[in-house]
Write a protein that binds this ligand. Structure first.
Ligand code: FES
Length: 148
């Protein structure tokens, strides 16, 4: 194999090997939910966190809540039925929209990373993400936008 062909093949293998697991994880885990706005904030059904697989009800770790009235989506992570975090998906470095991948949020612009509680885990961002209180009801959760 010639040198140029070897380098091309090696690069394709390395890039594919690194990206495919990330893309598969992201695709499997990401669920978008349309929230309903009211005077308090934005509400979604708790059922958005569940799905059926082979006749079993499984639970998603997180969902992305969207609404036309929101400038950025909100990442809602479910720790338990009584504990959630709601994070504004706007990078605190220069304002890019973040991408969710499991328990972390990544910034495609300069590589900052945040935990599922909004803490910076990798810079250049220095400030934690904006977070919102969650009001938990029997069938729904409401992201309280009043204190923003
Ligand atoms: S805008 Fe997110 S790291 Fe720079």
């Amino acid at each position: 194999m010639k040198r140029r062909a070897f380098i091309r093949q090696t690069c394709i293998t390395c890039v594919s090997g690194g990206l495919i697991p990330f893309l598969i994880t992201g695709c499997q885990a990401t669920h978008y939910a349309s929230g309903v706005m009211d005077a308090t904030g934005i509400s979604v059904s708790k059922s958005e966190f569940t799905y059926l697989k082979k006749e079993q009800t499984l639970t998603r770790q997180y969902i992305i809540v969207q609404n036309d009235k929101l400038e950025f989506p909100i990442y809602v992570y479910r720790f338990s039925d009584t504990e959630y975090s709601a994070l504004w998906m706007k990078c605190t470095h220069q304002g890019a929209e973040l991408q969710a991948s499991g328990e972390a949020l990544h910034c495609p612009s300069h590589g900052s990373e945040f935990t599922n509680k909004g803490a910076v885990s990798n810079g250049p961002a220095e400030k934690n993400l904006r977070s919102f209180p969650i009001i938990i009801q029997t069938e729904t959760i409401t992201i309280d936008l009043r204190q923003s």
